[in-house]
Every structure is written in structure tokens, then in C-alpha cells.
Write a new protein. Structure first.
Lengths: 338, 235, 290
């Protein structure tokens, strides 16, 4: 176990070092922007993992929290002033708003079975999308609006480091969260909600907590996203955002936190590459199809994702080693029953 | 007497739980075979495993010496095994008539004859012919469920705890019906009520912790106080 | 008076289209315990396949048949390759059907182009009747009639035929239905195909009504379909008709009087139903003795 822990630390600091040095070693603007994008969506995907991976609930409304953050930051920076203080304030307000909304929505919907919940979140986020479209005096509808980022973020590099630092902090915070007693109960809810309930836990309470945490983090990602584009329109509330988060989480590996980060890297890079290809081959303009197909195949054949599958292989390999040593049978993979 | 059904070292997993860990028994033609055992011993799961509702993971199940272990439930039923589950499995929204009709695989004269026979056996069903299944009493549901299992020339009927939750006088009726049905078909019965089981059973199989621990003639068990005390907590 | 009649006819027509969409959803859910998030994809494919057949053959009837056949075939493929592998796992079902929705929607853009397509009502259904000072648009009445006819046919099938009996039994207790010798998986497949065909028909009929078809319409109407299924009670066929009419009327009146609230009103309806009567307003009795 100790070996494994130290291995993790080494990997963590190594990766961190790479990402700190990278912008200095390679001054490609495209790479910097791509990495920034990956980090932002990594944060979003991690927040989604709290729901899907750790609590076992499928939300189709995650974009609404992302959108709340994006709009709060964009509107405040535009209407008030583009200072760092306002930016920080807007993040906080966005998170508070998102937390409050997810609390209300969660309380209303999390009692329901998975189908209903998924459906309701879909409808709620639809409602928010409509709201963003209709409230034109503030959002400028589908056209959206540009705004000025705080001066300090004019330099892409500064913003890159800000996002990287945010990512690290949020990763560590979420890591602590899922390993906290509350996090353990969330996993228990995922494995068997009925049993967790009969052990005396108010599962609704814990599911609402998960939903609030996920909502707040998603809102933060939204704020960063808006600043990275210096532009916002209704697309931040769109289903595509939720789907991206979903896809990243699944491809990377649900319930692993690291997985969604990796998933974000894979998907963002693929989008980047495919949209490049689209210039030569028009079929790639419809790259969403490839994601859709990839996603369906992943759900059927690869439900554990990259990290989950690697982990499984690792445990099997270790199990074999152990077996050879002590002839102890490998614990069987637990089936997930609903 | 030919053997209708044989279970040989049957294991069943439900999710991560290993419920049946070696069940053996035989059901012979024209007999009532009773499965006995404590609550949670695996009697209901044994019936479900025969029906393919919780498929066996190991071992062999043969009906008329054909393996049915891998058969899906509907095929098991079509081979001629009727099933009366613990909760009777009545379709609540369907009338008594519709409950019978949905079970009928053919509507030939033979089937209609058998329908007449079960209606004579359970006159209540005739009386409530157009009533929704959900509005029947527990005893009537039990009768309907048995009638439904019988309607398709079933050679073997699996009945799970027919006396559960019924008033003694209704239990008596159900038991009489089983004795009557035994003339036309063979029966595997799960029953907690030992008095009832011993009255209508020909042979017994004792299941404990998912394993067959004893089997034999009912008459022998009735006199074996020690066995009864050990596995049934009576005697 | 004229306004009232028009709003009611509007609401009923919309309601009927949503009903056709929701009927499949509710049957599939009731029987298979699958909430098909790709249902809107079948709807939009019905619209495109039907309308392109209609434009090609210049026969609206052939177009309708084209839509139904397309829907049934897509239903077959969906059930076999998308639903079956994840049967019994709700989370995976939700995820995978949504993925399919995405693929179906994007494929529309690949095959038929990314832009909307304008649709004309066939001449014999175009125009309107004037009764006194009330103007009734023919096509809307046509939709209402079709809706009621289909409801009648299905209601008859469900109540009076052996197939309907089997479906109803399966909705209530799948295990028992199988234990009575019913090949429930095959029933699933047929019901899924029929549900998909209904969704496709709904899309096809919607096309001349809204005048334009576009890839995203699937998701938009699917949400209405979900709302109807929730309000009507999952698995309840007649419940979905009543709920669809309710949603259609609420939408039509709101669109006229308080346009901003026209989508919100259905959401609010659904929220209220879920809070106070989560099994739906017209839910079936479902016995759970064990």
C-alpha cells in the first residue's frame, strides 16, 4: 500500500511539473489554449464524476450549473468592472447561486428513481436554456456578448497557471471529499441505496450534498470557461456541455476522479484534431457522431473507462502475484445491481 | 414410477450472493414432493431456479431427462411446468377471466375442459369471473394462481407456500384442491406448515443453508423426531 | 368564442402529437422498465424519412407509411443493439439511449443537411373550414381525428385481444408472464417497434403542422413527451392521452395569454405532479405483494 501511495505522489508531482514547465518549453499558443480548455473541462468532468461515479446518479442538467457560473462571471465583468476583485466575487456568487439551485432542484428531484431524475434534470436545464435565451436584456440571447477579462488574464500564460492551480486545488479538495466519511456514504448509496437507507442514513440528504458539491464545482468551471473565451452565449447552458462532461467521465473512468481528467484530455484533444480534419473532410464537421458512437460503444463494452479498466487489470495482475504467493482467491468483481 | 424432475448439485448465485450451494432432489410422477426447511434456506430460490427465473450457475436440472438448466423461463413453462409463486403472481389489473386467458397457450376443447375442471374445483373463480385480480381475497388469488398453472396440461406444478397468510379454513380448501389436482398432475410443494405438508406430501426433501441435507418418504420423516427438531425446529 | 375554439383545437392537435410520442414511451417503460431517451430521435427520423418520401412520391399517405416503416426498423435496431446489451441496468440504459439520441440527431444532418426543411401540407388537407365565425384549420382537425383513431385502435387491442392481454400482463409482472410461457423478450421487441413507429408517425404528422422540420426538434418534443409520461403515470396508456391533452391545452392557452410561460407551465405541472403524486395522475394500479 505504501509503495502504491508514494507511486501516486511521484506521478502527481511529475505531471504537475510537466504542466508547469510545458508553457516555457513550448510557446505554441494553440497548445496553451488547448491545455487551458482541457483543465477547465477536467474540472467540470470531475464535478460530474461526483454525481455519476461516486453517487451513481445520472443528471442531464449539469450544463445549467456550468452556465450559471459562466453567465454570472460574464455579466458581472461586463456590467460592473473587469477587475480581479469582481472576477473573484463573481466566482463566489456563481457558486452560491449554483449551490442554491442544486439544493432546490436536488431536494425536489433526488427522491425520485433514476429515470425520473434524469428526465427532470433534462427538463430543468431546458428551462434554464430558455431563460438564457429569453432574458435578452442581460444575456443578449443566443447572440451572446463579449466582455473584457481582468487585465491580469490578458496574458494567456497567467490565465493558464491560474486554471492549473485551480485544477490542482479542486482535485485535492474533491479527493478529500470522496475519501471523507460523507464520500464513503455516497459510494454506499451508489452500491445499494436501499441498504444504506436501512442502515439509518438519510440517503436523500447525502445525495443532495453530492449534488450541491457537483453544482458548485461545475459553476466554477463555467466561470473559468467564460473568461477563457471572453465571450458567453446560450451554448454554455446547452445539452452539449452536459454530454461532454458525461462522455469525459465515462471514457476516463467513472468514480476515479483522475479518469474524468484523462477523459477531458482525450475528448478535448480529439475535438481539436477532428475540427482540424473537418477542413479537409466535410464528414468530420459532424464529429459529434463519432463521439456519440464512441460513447455508445464505451457504455456497452468499456463501462469502466480507461482508468477503471487499467485499475482492474492492475488488481488482476496483483491478484495473480498474490495468488502465486499465498493461493488466496481473487475477490470477484462485484456486479452492480439496481 | 418415472422420475419427472431431477436436480443434481444445483448452485445459484443472485448478484454476489451464493444462495443455492448444492441442491439435489427428485420429483416423481403422480406424487407430491415437499421441500422443507427453515426460512431463508433456499426453497423459494430452488423453485425459481427450476423455472429459470434465477438461473442455476452450476449443476444440472433435468425435466423428463432433458436438461432445462439453460432454458429461458418461458421455455421451461412451455415444456409443461406450471408455477404458483409465493405472492401468487396475479395480474391485478386483469380480470379473473383474463388471468386465465393470458395463461392459455391453446384454446382447444381440452383446455376448455380443464378450465371447466378447475372452475368446479374452485367455484369462487366462477363467481368472480369478471372481477379484477387485484380485488380478490388472498385465498381466491391462491386458487386463481393454481388454476392458471393447471390450465395448460402441466405435468408438474411448483407451488410456493400456498398456506402463507391464509385463514385456516381457506388453507383447508387449498389443501383439498392440491390433493384433487394430484390425480391429474405432479406437484412440488414448498410448505412451512409441517402439519399440512405431512398430510399431503408423498416424499420430502430437506434444504438447509442452500443444500439438500435429507430426503426420503414423508412417512419416515413424520416419525423422525430428531430430524424434525434439527432442521425444522419442531417435534 | 372563435378564439376559444381555436385555442382548444390547437391544444388538442398538439396534445395528440405529443400523445403519439408519449404512448410509445409509456408502453416501453411500463413493459420493459426502460426510459428511452432516444425516442425523440425516432420522432425526428420519422419526420424526415416521411417528408422526404412524401416529397419524392408526392403522396402524403406513402409518406406516412414511409415514416412508420422507418420508425419500426429503427426501433428494431435500437432494441436489438442498444437496449438489449444493457437490459436491467438503469444507469447504463439512460446513458446509452441518450447517446443514441445524439447519433440519430446528427445523422439527420449528415443525410438531409444541417438546415431546416420547409414542409407543405398536402392540398386536400390544406385550408380551413368556416363554421359561423369559427375558422377550423383542416390539418389540425385531421391530426385530432388520427390521434383519437389510433388511441381507439390501441385501446381495443390492449383490452380485447390476446396480444394486448399479454402486454398488460407483462407490464404488471414480467416474471409471472414468463412463468406462464410468454416469450417476454419478443414481446418487448414488438412493443418497442410499435412505440418507435408511433413516435415516427408523430414526427411525420408534426411536420406539416409546424411547417418546418429540423434535427433538434426531436429533443424538444421528447421533453414534452417525458413530461406527459410523468403526468400521465409511467406505463399508463390512457393516462398518457389525458396528460397529453392537458399539456397540449396548457401550452396552447399559455402561448396565447402568457407566452413567456408556455414551456414553464408544463415544467411546473410536472413538478407539482412529482411532488404530490409521483406515480402520475392517472397511474395504473400495480400490485406489489412481495
Amino acid at each position: 500500500m505504501n509503495n502504491k501511495m508514494s507511486l501516486r505522489y511521484v506521478a502527481f508531482f511529475l505531471l504537475l511539473a510537466i504542466f508547469i514547465i510545458l508553457p516555457f518549453a513550448n510557446d505554441s499558443r494553440t497548445l496553451l489554449i488547448l491545455l487551458t480548455q482541457i483543465f477547465i473541462f477536467g474540472i467540470l468532468a470531475m464535478s460530474y464524476d461526483i454525481l455519476l461515479g461516486y453517487t451513481g446518479i445520472v443528471s442531464f442538467g449539469h450544463a445549467m450549473f456550468f452556465g450559471v457560473g459562466a453567465y454570472t462571471t460574464a455579466v458581472m465583468l461586463k456590467q460592473m468592472d473587469n477587475t480581479l476583485l469582481i472576477f473573484v466575487l463573481s466566482i463566489v456568487i456563481g457558486m452560491l447561486l449554483a449551490g442554491f439551485i442544486s439544493f432546490l432542484v436536488g431536494l425536489l428531484t433526488l427522491r425520485l428513481k433514476s429515470h425520473f431524475f434524469a428526465m427532470l434534470t433534462l427538463a430543468f436545464s431546458g428551462l434554464f436554456l430558455v431563460l438564457a435565451e429569453k432574458w435578452r436584456t442581460v444575456t443578449y440571447g443566443n447572440d451572446g456578448f463579449t466582455f473584457r477579462a481582468p487585465d491580469i488574464f490578458r496574458d494567456r500564460m497567467t490565465f493558464y497557471f491560474f486554471v492549473l492551480a485551480s485544477l490542482v486545488i479542486i482535485f485535492l479538495a474533491l479527493y478529500r471529499f470522496v475519501n471523507s466519511p460523507t464520500g464513503r456514504i455516497l459510494i454506499a448509496v451508489r452500491e445499494n441505496e436501499q441498504r444504506t437507507k436501512s442502515l439509518g442514513y438519510n440517503t436523500l440528504h447525502y445525495k443532495v450534498i453530492a449534488s450541491i458539491v457537483a453544482g458548485i464545482v461545475a459553476s466554477f468551471a463555467g466561470s473559468l470557461y467564460a473568461v477563457s473565451l471572453r465571450f458567453v452565449n446560450t451554448s454554455v447552458m446547452a445539452m452539449d456541455i452536459t454530454l461532454d462532461a458525461l462522455l469525459m467521465t465515462i471514457i476516463g473512468g467513472v468514480g476515479t476522479l483522475v479518469g474524468p481528467l484523462l477523459g477531458a484530455a482525450v475528448i478535448e484533444y480529439a475535438q481539436h484534431a477532428l475540427s482540424g480534419l473537418a477542413r479537409d473532410y466535410p464528414i468530420f464537421e459532424r464529429w459529434i457522431i463519432f463521439f456519440g458512437i464512441l460513447y455508445i460503444l464505451a457504455v456497452i463494452f468499456f463501462p469502466k473507462g480507461i482508468i477503471g479498466t487499467l485499475r482492474l487489470l492492475f488488481w488482476k495482475w496483483r491478484g495473480k502475484l498474490k495468488q502465486r504467493k499465498s493461493q488466496v482467491a481473487l475477490p470477484q468483481e462485484k456486479e452492480r445491481f439496481e | 414410477m418415472t422420475t419427472l424432475l431431477t436436480l443434481n448439485e444445483v448452485h445459484t448465485h443472485i448478484g454476489q450472493y451464493h444462495i443455492l450451494q448444492g441442491v439435489n432432489f427428485e420429483a416423481k410422477e403422480g406424487q407430491v414432493t415437499v421441500l422443507l426447511g427453515r426460512n431463508g434456506a433456499g426453497k423459494t430460490t430452488t423453485l425459481k431456479t427450476i423455472m429459470g427465473l434465477t438461473p442455476a450457475t452450476k449443476g444440472e436440472i433435468a425435466f423428463r431427462s432433458h436438461s432445462i438448466k439453460k432454458n429461458p423461463t418461458y421455455k421451461v413453462a412451455k415444456l409443461g411446468i406450471g408455477y404458483v409463486p409465493e405472492n401468487q403472481g396475479i395480474f391485478a389489473d386483469l380480470t379473473v377471466e383474463e388471468n386465465m386467458k393470458v395463461a392459455m397457450r391453446k384454446e382447444d376443447s381440452e383446455t376448455l375442459e380443464r378450465q371447466q375442471y378447475v372452475l368446479d374445483l374452485f367455484p369462487d373463480l366462477k363467481k368472480f369471473w369478471k372481477k379484477a385480480g387485484g380485488h380478490l381475497s388472498g385465498g381466491q388469488k391462491q386458487m386463481l394462481s393454481m388454476a392458471r398453472a393447471f390450465i395448460n396440461d402441466s405435468q408438474l406444478i411448483l407451488i410456493d407456500e400456498p398456506s402463507k397468510g391464509l385463514a385456516p379454513i381457506v388453507v383447508e380448501k387449498v389443501m383439498e384442491a392440491i390433493v384433487e389436482m394430484k390425480k391429474k398432475t405432479s406437484i412440488v410443494l414448498v410448505e412451512q406448515n409441517f402439519m399440512m405438508a405431512s398430510r399431503i406430501g408423498d416424499t420430502y426433501t430437506l434444504i438447509d443453508d442452500g443444500r439438500t441435507v435429507h430426503a426420503g418418504d414423508m412417512q419416515d420423516l413424520i416419525h423422525d423426531e430428531e430430524l424434525k427438531r434439527k432442521y425444522l425446529g419442531i417435534g | 368564442m372563435e378564439l376559444l375554439v381555436n385555442l382548444i383545437i390547437n391544444g388538442l392537435a398538439t396534445g395528440m402529437l405529443i400523445f403519439l410520442l408519449a404512448a410509445g414511451l409509456t408502453l416501453i417503460f411500463g413493459l420493459m422498465d426502460v426510459l428511452n431517451f432516444a425516442h425523440g430521435g425516432l420522432f425526428v427520423w420519422g419526420a424526415y424519412a416521411g417528408i422526404f418520401t412524401y416529397m419524392f412520391t408526392e403522396s402524403f399517405i406513402v409518406g406516412i407509411i414511409g415514416a412508420i416503416v422507418t420508425g419500426a426498423l429503427l426501433g428494431l435496431i435500437t432494441e436489438k443493439f442498444i437496449i438489449t446489451p444493457v437490459y436491467g441496468n438503469h444507469v447504463q440504459q439512460i446513458l446509452i439511449t441518450l447517446g443514441l439520441m445524439l447519433v440519430l440527431q446528427e445523422l439527420i444532418k449528415v443525410f438531409f443537411g444541417p438546415n431546416g426543411v420547409a414542409v407543405k401540407t398536402p392540398s386536400y388537407l390544406a385550408g380551413s373550414w368556416e363554421i359561423g365565425d369559427v375558422i377550423i384549420i383542416k390539418y389540425r382537425l385531421f391530426i385530432i381525428v388520427i390521434g383519437f383513431v389510433i388511441f381507439g385502435i390501441f385501446q381495443y387491442m390492449l383490452k380485447r385481444t390476446k396480444i394486448g392481454l399479454i402486454v398488460r400482463a407483462g407490464v404488471q409482472d414480467k416474471e409471472m408472464a414468463q412463468a406462464l410461457g410468454i416469450h417476454i423478450k419478443r414481446v418487448f421487441l414488438y412493443v418497442f417497434m410499435v412505440g418507435a413507429a408511433l413516435a415516427a408517425l408523430s414526427g411525420m404528422l408534426m411536420a406539416p403542422y409546424s411547417g418546418v422540420i429540423y434535427a433538434e426538434m426531436g429533443m424538444e418534443y421528447a421533453i414534452l413527451g417525458f413530461i406527459v409520461v410523468v403526468i400521465g403515470g409511467m406505463g399508463s396508456f390512457s393516462g398518457s392521452l389525458l396528460a397529453a391533452i392537458l399539456v397540449g391545452l396548457a401550452g396552447s392557452f399559455m402561448a396565447y395569454y402568457v407566452p413567456v410561460l408556455s414551456l414553464a407551465v408544463n415544467m411546473i405541472l410536472m413538478a407539482i405532479v412529482l411532488i404530490f403524486r409521483p406515480q402520475g395522475l392517472f397511474a395504473m394500479r400495480k400490485e406489489r405483494t412481495s
